[in-house]
Design a protein around this ligand. Structure first.
Ligand code: IVH
Length: 665
């Protein structure tokens, strides 16, 4: 057989096996056979680049070519659904539809999948584009990434699909994959994904499609758009779409009465926790497309559909103990230790009790039966206690007065819910936490070092602060268990390389309370070196964008502490970049330092965002509304009359685009 024919044959076979395996869950061949066919196709394609096809099954493997996403306008805007949380509103919706249609109608009930939405365009049976929701009007073209999702067909089966149509749905990361991914991230000390929704959308936006391929995303399609769809029913069209190769939810049901709708809601309200993917409600859609058309849309959502959102899932379990954790900033977090309980797909053993106020409000006793809920965060929280189940009362849960690690008396800052251990420079978890933060990827990014190594160095007395890292000798490192010559050398090289980390990241690495990555960037733009920052007073600090009273006070407090000042001196003497490099300095000035500037109107030379950036790079602060404190308004064409009037009234200067460019050049 000639190569071209074999390639086509293999492609057709692999598309079919892929569909059987991933969509229908009924493979016809063994995995090994599938892999062999795939390898044969890969080899042939490599030998014959002239037969390249963007929708070949081999594309599913992904590639590591970097590319930025192109924005694409949606042919039909991607609207959202009106949400409701109450059964009463579901009845209202049903009633509204009944009155508007004044004829029989069916409601299609389906799961509301909690992932990230996608719009797929097919032409002549081929996937041509996959675009994210974006702002509803336009989204990112993520076609290459989407092609790695095996439940999304690249080439359709059958012959009754329209020559051109869109199909929309939800890209999901199954619970199992999500948990595995977070376990891996934890081992690598990377920040975790809060929920499968964030994990799915984060993955879809990765630049490297081979990583996307490894993340095992899944997709359910739930909305067809286009002319010449085969049937009038939404449900019936989706059944057809399943035959074309799409994965359609098996949990859809057509209901003839409101009672049937409620039965569906009540059933899945309980059963959803057994599903392999996250859901956050039920979507009700008028089934007939003709009737949908009659009902039409409001500005934001269709009148023919509504989403009933589930209450956050709760579990009831026993509180065994409350422990208190001290973080790197000294914040003390109360943690509830629980009898293991199943909640939204995972086993929960620990939950956050937030802070002293919450503990007081809950009036908790050890042994109490408590309600645990998972919100958007990874860590579940205790939301209530069932006092009717309180038989044998244990000790009352109270917030501690002293640090569980170093015994210092805890303090509470004004306006803050958290208690802190003030012993910043000598409380062990704070020191270790600060060092761990210092070496982390987004800070100094010292390869080869992790929390366990830091812990060992700390116990052996080799390091007491971040500067001590730079005094470590290869012999000290080799002293550690299981540390080979090569690893020890890597650590030394990693430490040496960190001396090239730019100013803004060193500032972030210092771990000054409330100085995160963004604030550190702003500081590095406003000050040319650490000495300038050390000398800055409250007003100067507050004049920097994103820096308010709280952050400014924290920076002052940091430099008032002599231990911190000595530490900074030591880091400086080790050669860390505690100053801005020449390139960084080139496009930053202090010309607008201390000035609050409002941008208004339409511009010709730069976009608004560019002006915002220019203001910040020159030390100014971009503000959103006019007040007597506004230094001036950078005004383009068509500035709103009410803003103009307010500016005149407050005597705020108006600077046009040309004047502004002269000012900063
Ligand atoms: S239909 C015109 N069906 O919920 C409305 N949406 O707020 C078309 N979603 O952005 C959407 N499951 O991401 C529809 N079975 C389902 C859904 C669903 C989840 C998401 C979708 C949309 C949001 C609506």
């Amino acid at each position: 057989m000639i190569a071209k024919d074999r390639i086509n044959e293999l492609r057709a076979q692999l598309h079919r096996h892929n569909y059987n395996y991933y969509v229908l869950n009924s493979p016809e061949i063994a995995d090994k056979e599938f892999d062999d066919l795939m390898r044969e196709l890969q080899d042939l394609e490599q030998e014959h680049p002239e037969f390249r096809d963007g929708n070949s099954p081999t594309v599913r493997i992904g590639s590591d070519l970097n590319k930025n996403f192109i924005q694409v306008a949606h042919k039909y805007p991607m609207l959202s659904l009106a949400n409701t949380y109450s059964e009463g509103e579901v009845s209202d919706f049903y009633e509204r539809v009944r009155r508007a249609l004044n004829e029989d109608f069916e409601i299609c009930c389906e799961m509301k999948y909690d992932g990230t939405s996608i719009s797929l365009t097919y032409e002549d049976g081929q996937l041509v584009r996959a675009v994210t929701r974006g702002d509803g009007e336009k989204g990112d073209d993520v076609t290459d990434n989407v092609k790695t999702i095996r439940t999304i067909p690249m080439v359709l089966h059958g012959d009754n699909y329209p020559s051109s149509f869109e199909i929309r749905g939800e890209i999901l990361m199954p619970w199992e994959v999500f948990e595995e991914l977070n376990r891996e991230k934890e081992a690598r000390e990377e920040s975790l994904f809060a929920n499968p929704r964030n994990a799915a959308s984060g993955t879809l936006k990765l630049q490297n499609s081979s990583i996307v391929a490894s993340r095992k995303l899944d997709a359910y399609l739930y909305y067809l758009l286009g002319n010449n769809l085969p049937c009038d029913g939404h449900y019936e069209n989706l059944q057809e779409a399943q035959r074309w190769g799409f994965k359609i939810s098996p949990l859809m049901r057509k209901c003839q009465t409101l009672q049937e709708v409620f039965d569906f809601i009540n059933h899945w309200n309980l059963e959803r926790k057994n599903l392999p993917v996250a859901t956050d409600g039920i979507v009700l859609k008028v089934n007939s497309l003709k009737q949908q058309k009659n009902l039409g849309f409001t500005a934001k959502s269709p009148r023919w559909a509504i989403a009933y959102k589930f209450q956050a899932e709760q579990a009831l379990t026993r509180l065994n103990k409350v422990t208190f954790q001290v973080g790197r900033t000294g914040a003390v977090t109360p943690v509830a230790n629980l009898d293991p309980v199943q909640l939204s797909g995972t086993v929960v053993k620990r939950a956050s009790l937030h802070n002293a106020d919450i503990i007081k409000g809950l009036d908790l006793y050890i042994g109490d039966m408590v309600y645990v809920e998972k919100g958007g965060e990874i860590i579940p929280k205790i939301t209530g206690v069932d006092t009717s189940l309180r038989f044998m009362i244990g000790e009352k849960v109270e917030f501690i007065k002293n640090c569980p690690e170093c015994g210092s008396r805890l303090v509470r800052f004004e306006g803050e819910a958290a208690y802190y251990c003030p012993n910043e420079t000598a409380c062990p978890p704070q020191i270790k936490g600060k060092i761990e933060h210092f070496i982390s990827r987004k800070a100094m990014n010292i390869e080869g070092l992790g929390p366990e190594t830091v812990d060992s160095f700390f116990r052996l007395g080799h390091i007491k602060n971040t500067a001590d890292l730079y005094d470590l000798r290869i012999e000290d490192i080799k002293e550690l268990d299981r540390m080979g010559d090569k690893s020890a050398e890597n650590i030394i090289n990693g430490i040496e390389a960190s001396k090239q980390v730019p100013f803004e990241r060193v500032l972030f690495a210092l771990g000054i309370r409330f100085v995160g990555e963004t604030v550190a960037k702003k500081i590095a733009r406003a000050f040319s070196d650490i000495e300038e920052l050390e000398k800055a007073d409250l007003e100067t600090l507050k004049s920097i964008d994103e820096i308010g009273e709280k952050i400014a006070q924290s920076i002052l407090a940091y430099f008032e502490n002599v231990t911190n000042r000595n530490l900074v001196e030591k880091l400086k003497s080790h050669g860390l970049r505690l100053f801005r490099s020449e390139e960084e300095t080139l496009d930053t000035t202090n010309k607008l330092l201390g000035q609050s500037i409002l941008i208004s109107g339409v511009f010709t030379h730069h976009s608004r965002d560019e002006y915002k950036d220019i203001i910040e790079k020159n030390g100014g602060k971009n503000v959103g509304s006019i007040s007597s404190k506004t230094s001036f308004i950078l005004a383009g064409e068509n500035m709103g009359p009410s803003k103009l009037e307010k500016a005149h009234k407050l005597g705020v200067r108006i600077v046009n685009e040309e004047e502004f460019i002269t000012l900063i050049s």
